[in-house]
Design a protein around this ligand. Sequence first.
Ligand code: NAD
Ligand code: ZN
Length: 259
Amino acid sequence: MSDMQKATAALRLANKVVFFTGAGISAESGIPTFRDKLTGLWKKYNPERLETASAFRENPSLVWGWYLWRRHQVSQSQPNSAHFSAPRLALTGRQVAVITQNIDDLHERAGCEEIVHLHGSLSQPKCFACHRGAELTLEEAQIPEEGAMIEPPRCKRCNGRLRPAVVWFRENLPAGAWKEAMRLVKNCDVLISVGTSGVVMPAANIPEIALAAGATVIHVNLIDVSLGGTKELMLIGKATVVLSELLNSIQHLAAPGKA
Ligand code: NAD
Ligand code: ZN
């Protein structure tokens, strides 16, 4: 049996399914992954240099300009069929949740109802000093030139600089996000890990935790990222193509016990 056939069989029997996603699921929506080269002013930086509190302290305008540019890129993008596969699967009566490392909102816009954002979100900034969430005025949220350095707006309460509410390198995950992810991962029948290189910790441990809890793990990636476990399946190809094939094979099959 091919891994696709085994994956179909595992999904047929599954009641609880978790999608665990990384930048690769949004690549076909035109949002670059971290392994894609940065362009313009940023090409001399790598994300580890832009995505840290110390980079923001040293050069807030550089980091804020990059953040506004990424927000703009996301607002111009649309969810692709891989994002739609989670709500599509939920229509069969299965319990479906998404745990994402992505900071875009394409899962939300595809209509997913249960989403855990492990690394925060680009949609709303917060104060670097007092950590309170903040809203941008229309003028502050205007589309930047690619590569522009833009002084971050100030917090209305403490006058601190605003920063993106995303998790930078060496920062903790948002309160409650990891706990909620663990509840979902340890209780699922199948975990579908899509478009993640598995290097950013602790998120990268999620497939192993699912395997240890007895789930089947289906990886979807352009390259082989499996760990060699017996309940692991590797589907190589573009997320949109592989997930459409997988979903087409079970879409008429209701969750076990719900036919
Ligand atoms: P990554 O950039 O490290 O890896 C992307 C993975 O996706 C690679 O393994 C690649 O082979 C695979 N991939 C690329 N295109 C694909 C496709 N069409 N179909 C299937 N797989 C594909 O991303 P990561 O593992 O998510 O980790 C890096 C960090 O980057 C995360 O913490 C995340 O917050 C951040 N990030 C997020 C976004 C976003 O929100 N869209 C974009 C860039 C980076
Ligand atoms: Zn403040």
